[in-house]
Design a binder for this molecule. Structure first.
Ligand SMILES: *[C@@H]1O[C@H](CO)[C@@H](O)[C@H](O)[C@H]1NC(C)=O
Ligand SMILES: *[C@@H]1O[C@H](CO)[C@@H](O)[C@H](O)[C@H]1NC(C)=O
Length: 255
């Protein structure tokens, strides 16, 4: 009795069971405080659906795959993760746009492969797929599991009729997962959210976008977060085992 008590105490004291961290890397649609003016990012609401993990939201408004890389933010994440951690990466809203005549420091070189572009100032810019593949491979090398998530939709009901066509970043996300292969998974967050928004209809969805067609209200962000969780449960990431909710409890269908 006494020795088994001692054994138990030793186990409790010596082997602290590590709780994995879920890091979020993305832009304002995921970040704390969203795009300002009362909007909110969906990453703020993700922790309510997870258990047995700590969520650290490293999303920053205005960032793209390129600027998040250039500012050393992926390097910081790569240095922070330990085996068993998760990293959810979602970019796209600031990655479009042209590199000429003026480079805003965020636009990527167009393409899904190893293409590079050189700006007027002589800066060599890589593709979205290259930036995210490099980040994913380094994170996986450190023992993390990576989830590449397609960008949230711009208000799919803004014309008065709800409709959604994925932009090129959705395909790029699938290319990143194909490049990074094992220990990475794809969540088509844009499509899951759009499907739910289309079923909610124009009046509700317009109310979720109080300032523009990109940034959601806090209530809108809870729906966007729920649809990420739905995609996680329907797809193949090991993070799904940390979800509190059943797949059928979240609106929508698996795609
Ligand atoms: C990613 O895959 C594309 C083809 O889909 C390939 O052209 C490219 O070299 C890969 N990128 C990296 C960084 O491995
Ligand atoms: C999952 O369940 C928790 C309560 O246990 C709730 O707070 C959360 O909103 C739920 N998430 C979704 C996506 O329904």
């Amino acid at each position: 009795m006494k020795s088994s008590y001692r054994l138990l105490s030793a186990l409790l004291a010596g082997s602290t069971v590590a709780i994995p961290t879920v890091y979020l890397a993305g832009d304002s649609t995921m970040a704390v405080g969203g795009g300002g003016t009362g909007t909110e990012g969906w990453g703020v609401f993700l922790p309510y659906s997870l258990q047995g993990v700590t969520v650290v939201n490293k999303a920053i408004a205005g960032r793209s795959a390129r600027s998040y890389t250039d500012e050393g933010r992926f390097t910081t994440l790569i240095n922070s993760v330990v085996p068993g951690d998760f990293v959810i990466i979602e970019f796209g809203h600031n990655d479009g746009g042209s590199l000429t005549p003026t480079d805003n420091g965020r636009s990527d070189c167009l393409g899904a492969g190893l293409e590079t572009c050189t700006t007027a100032a002589g800066v060599v810019v890589q593709t979205y797929v290259t930036y995210l593949t490099n980040a994913a491979l380094s994170l996986i090398e450190k023992g993390a599991s990576v989830i590449i998530s397609s960008p949230t939709p711009d208000n799919p009901c803004e014309t008065g009729t709800c409709t959604y066509t994925p932009n090129r970043f959705t395909g790029y996300c699938q290319d990143v997962v194909a490049n990074a292969s094992s220990h990475s998974a794809f969540v088509d967050h844009g499509q899951y959210t759009a499907n739910e928004f289309i079923s909610l209809g124009v009046t509700v969805v317009d109310s979720y976008y109080p300032i523009d067609h990109t940034h959601t209200s806090p209530i809108g962000a809870t729906v966007v977060a729920a649809q990420f969780v739905k995609g996680l449960l329907c797809g193949g990431s090991p993070l799904a085992s940390h979800v509190k909710n059943s797949t059928s409890s979240i609106p929508g269908k698996c795609i």
